[in-house]
Design a protein around this ligand. Structure first.
Ligand code: GTP
Ligand code: MG
Ligand code: NA
Length: 333
C-alpha cells in the first residue's frame, strides 16, 4: 500500500425484492452454492451475509474485458427475505448496506414488497441496481450459461427479443409510477439520476457478469469517502444462533475496524471474544483467525452470548475506557 493511497473496504450490498423474485438464487449463482434449495418452503426467513472476494468477481466478469481496476477487496452481500411478514428484517438489511440490488421478476413486474423495498432504499438514499431476473422464462429463451447478457440477447430469436422489449417497457413504466427513472444498463447515459436495469437469470447465469461489474464500478466511482477504511470499530449483530458444540454464537457485520481474539465486547452483553471465524465462500475453507479486518461477516463465539440482540451495535473496550460508562451508553441505544 503506497503512502497516501487510501485503502477501500468491501462495499456492503443488500439484495431486496418481492418474495420469490430470486434473491437467494441469484446469490447462489454468484457464489456457486445451493442455499435456496435447502430453505424451508423455499422461503428465506432470516437475514444472512457472505463475502465474495474480488478475485472471484474478476473471474466472473473477465468476459466483459472491462479492464476495470477493481480497488475493493471484495463484496459483502446481505440476503433479505421477501415475504411480507419480514419487513423488520428488510429494514435492518437496508440499514446496513452501502448499495443494493433490487430484484424484480421479469414475468411479474413490481409487487408490494418491491415497492416497500424501493421506499426503504429511498428513505436511506441508498443507490441500487435493478436485477430483472428470470429472463430464461421468456418463451423460447436460448440458454447461454453464465454469459454476459449483452451477448446472450444477441443469440435470442426476434420473438424473444420482442417479448423482452415489451416487458421491459412495462416495468420501466411501473417504476415511473413510483417516481423512479430506470433504463436498461446499456442505454443508461444518466447514471445517478436514472437507475440501471440488468436482465439476469439466476438459474443459467446470464447477466451476472454485468450485474457484478456495474455494482463494483458504481461503488468505486461514487462512494470512495464512505468506503475508505476507518480503524474505528463499527460492528452490528446480524444473527444470534445456537450451534451444537459452540453454544450461542453471534454473526456480526464488521463495517469498519479490526476485531481480535480476546477483545472485550459490550452490547446488551459483556464478554470476551473466544474465537472469530469469517463467513467465506465455501471453497475457501473455514477456520478461526486471531484478528479480522473490516468489512467482513464474522461468527463470534464467547460466553454469555444468550442475551445478544440482532440489530444492535457491539462496542470494543479500549484500554482507557470506562466499562460502566459504555454499558450505560449501550443501554440508551
Ligand atoms: P424469498 O427469499 O423467499 O423472498 O425468495 P427469493 O427472492 O430469495 O427467491 P428464491 O431464490 O427463493 O427463488 C424463488 C423460486 O424462483 C425458486 O424456485 C427458484 O428456483 C426460482 N428462480 C429464481 N431465480 C430464477 C431464474 O432466474 N429463473 C427461473 N426460471 N427460476 C428462478
Ligand atoms: Mg430468499
Ligand atoms: Na423464495
Amino acid at each position: 500500500e503506497k503512502e497516501g493511497e487510501k485503502t477501500l473496504r468491501s462495499p456492503i450490498c443488500c439484495i431486496m425484492g418481492h418474495v420469490d423474485s430470486g434473491k437467494t438464487k441469484l446469490l447462489d449463482c454468484i457464489r456457486s452454492t445451493t442455499v435456496q434449495e435447502g430453505e424451508a418452503g423455499g422461503i428465506t426467513q432470516q437475514i444472512s451475509a457472505s463475502y465474495i472476494p474480488v478475485e472471484h468477481i474478476r473471474e466472473r466478469t473477465k468476459e466483459l474485458k472491462a479492464d476495470a481496476k477493481l480497488n475493493v477487496p471484495g463484496l459483502l452481500v446481505i440476503d433479505t427475505p421477501g415475504h411480507e411478514a419480514f419487513n423488520n428484517l428488510r429494514s435492518r438489511g437496508s440499514g446496513l448496506c452501502d448499495i443494493a440490488i433490487l430484484v424484480v421478476d421479469i414475468m411479474h413486474g413490481l409487487k408490494p414488497q418491491t415497492i416497500e423495498s424501493i421506499n426503504l432504499l429511498r428513505m436511506r438514499k441508498t443507490e441500487f441496481i435493478v436485477a430483472l431476473n428470470k429472463v430464461d422464462r421468456l418463451y423460447g429463451w436460448k440458454t447461454c450459461r453464465n454469459t454476459p447478457i449483452g451477448k446472450a440477447m444477441k443469440q435470442q430469436s426476434k420473438d424473444v427479443q420482442r417479448e423482452f422489449d415489451h416487458r421491459v417497457t412495462q416495468i420501466i413504466t411501473q417504476f415511473k409510477e413510483q417516481g423512479l427513472n430506470t433504463e436498461l444498463y446499456n442505454k443508461n447515459k444518466e447514471r445517478g439520476e436514472t437507475y440501471s436495469i440488468v436482465p439476469t437469470s439466476a438459474i443459467s447465469g446470464e447477466g451476472i457478469p454485468e450485474l457484478l461489474l456495474l455494482l463494483i464500478q458504481w461503488a468505486q466511482k461514487t462512494m470512495v469517502k464512505k468506503l475508505t477504511y476507518n480503524s474505528e470499530v463499527q460492528c452490528t449483530v446480524l444473527e444470534v444462533k445456537v450451534i451444537q458444540g459452540c453454544g450461542t454464537t453471534v454473526d456480526v457485520v464488521l463495517v469498519n475496524g479490526v476485531l481480535h481474539e480476546g477483545d472485550e465486547i459490550i452490547g446488551p452483553i459483556h464478554t470476551t471474544i473466544r474465537s472469530l471465524t469469517p463467513h467465506l465462500m465455501k471453497e475457501l475453507g473455514g477456520g478461526a483467525y486471531k484478528e479480522i479486518k473490516a468489512a467482513q461477516v464474522i461468527k463470534i463465539t464467547a460466553q454469555n452470548l444468550e442475551h445478544a440482540v440482532a440489530g444492535t451495535a457491539l462496542y470494543v473496550v479500549k484500554p482507557d475506557d470506562d466499562v460502566e460508562e459504555i454499558k450505560e451508553l449501550v443501554m440508551d441505544d
